[in-house]
Design a protein around this ligand. Sequence first.
Ligand SMILES: [Zn+2]
Length: 393
Amino acid sequence: MLATTDEAPFATPYERDCARVYGLVARGLAHSRAELSKALELRSTTTSRVVADLAARRLILEVPGETAGRGRPAAVLIANPRRIGASVIYVASQSLSGALVDLNGHILEERTIALAPEADNAALAAAMAELGGFLVAAMPRGMSHAGTAVSLSGLIDIRGRQWLMASRWPKMRALDIQAILEPVAGPIEICRNLDAELRARAAREPKSFAGGALLLHWGWGIGLAYAVDGEPFSPAGGSFGEIGHWRFSVLEGRRCGCGNTACLETGAALWSLLPLLRRHWRSLGEDEAKLSEQFSNCDLLSLPEIDQAARILARALANACRLFFPNRIIVSGPFVANARLWAHFDALFRTEGTLEGLAMPQLASERADPNFEIHGAAAPLLRRAAEELLRAA
Ligand SMILES: [Zn+2]
């Protein structure tokens, strides 16, 4: 269940009861009025009133249960996953993709539009509007639309809801996402793709993400997200964790798409290494998911350039740890799918060490999975929409 509402501020005790009842049913921890009354120490009349109210708002459904012996089968309470849906638009390789998700995170509808590297603001705006309109139109009957979350790489202005720059589409500048999507599929939220991914990974395993956690993406670009107890750090403007544009003297003279030279990405990102890699393995594509499979069968470490990339990145990550002191670090992207390269990177990171007296953070590699990004981007919209319905007593 993507919308957990327990922490939300509710004005009246009755609204709080509604939220607690909905929370237990949605997590499958209570299936009847009797179980709810017991778990929440509510009077049975209160429980019945809350359940009737939530059923009238179609947040929960009463379905016939199994018969135990003779008599009428007791009804079972379940949360209605299709009561609310949210659209997510995200970048997948050289395309924009859209997905409509329900409260359980199931993807009900998907569409992808490929966009050439020459695509400009008008082309990206047209694709975004098409995806937004398509997903709203695809909603099943009885579903309310919570809005559209746009999950982006590159530079974004969260408050102004603008996409400032993306290395995949160098002709695009300051795309006004609010103006494009609000009339078609609002309300609109924009977020950094790495923040969305980290939020969803932490929601799945809250215990292991307690305290500070870092997500390092080593792929087409290189970027970092940071979360405390699963909630990503969201700076006022939107720019954060651009570790790929930290500058290193060993990379002096190499030009980067950001307008500078000597950035980490010029020696370690997929965009800078791919021409060299393709001289050795001709069939390599650009799609990160496909590359993860291909890289697992390539002897990447036979190339001194890959060794150098791993060394600089391990040092950059170790330095970032001296800034954030995370308990846990996740590294995702196609390079870490190569077992030998991952073991090498892990050893390099350990050699970098930490400050005396402090434990090394846990380091783990994760396979890229777009579902995390979709769930993490949709969750805030779904939560807000669920809270509004719970308040509408
Ligand atoms: Zn740069």
